[in-house]
Design a binder for this molecule. Structure first.
Ligand code: ADP
Ligand code: MG
Length: 149
């Protein structure tokens, strides 16, 4: 049987710390809405996401980080969703539905920006490979992804 973690939340503002500049905008969700996130390993996950208000009917591959925000001296956990598709505009305050289906790696510190970007690229490639194919058709058709509030 498959194990999946489901999240539904409104996209909040992060610190805009250059995720977009890294070519990897991340839609942040409020971790306080998900107390059981404390039981999840810190690291990078992959899964499926929808933002019906911005992309009606679409269920899109995503790379997700559960980590600590350096801005708060590594004490505050963040949940950040990079959707592997292009959006015409930002979708803050919209509902995002997320199902995590796999774990990629723990968080690491990188020696350089280039090393970090290479790691992110590798995460995206790994996720794209795992999420390809017909195996996900049933999950992607789940009504969970249609909710807008
Ligand atoms: P913040 O620090 O506010 O989270 P980011 O630089 O991480 O800023 O940008 C995240 C925002 O970019 C999201 O909240 C969303 O509105 C927008 N966005 C545009 N394209 C994407 C995408 N492919 N995946 C995730 N967010 C995206
Ligand atoms: Mg972000």
């Amino acid at each position: 049987a498959e194990q999946q973690l489901r999240f539904r939340g409104t996209v909040i503002r992060g610190f805009g710390r250059g995720s977009k500049e890294l070519g990897c905008p991340t839609a942040n969700l409020d971790v306080n809405s998900f107390p059981w996130l404390d039981n999840c390993a810190i690291g990078v996950y992959y899964g499926w996401a929808s933002v019906p208000a911005a992309r009606p009917g679409a269920v899109l591959p995503a790379v997700v980080s559960v980590g600590y925000n350096p801005h708060y001296g590594n004490t505050t956990k963040t949940l950040e969703v990079h959707i592997m598709d292009e959006f015409e505009s930002d979708f803050y305050d919209s509902v995002l539905n997320l199902v995590l289906v796999g774990y990629i790696r723990p968080m690491e510190k990188y020696d350089s920006l280039d090393a970090l970007i290479a790691a992110i690229d590798a995460d995206k490639a790994f996720a794209a490979d795992k999420l390809a194919g017909d195996a996900w058709a049933e999950l992607k058709a789940d009504a969970f992804f249609s909710a807008t509030d």
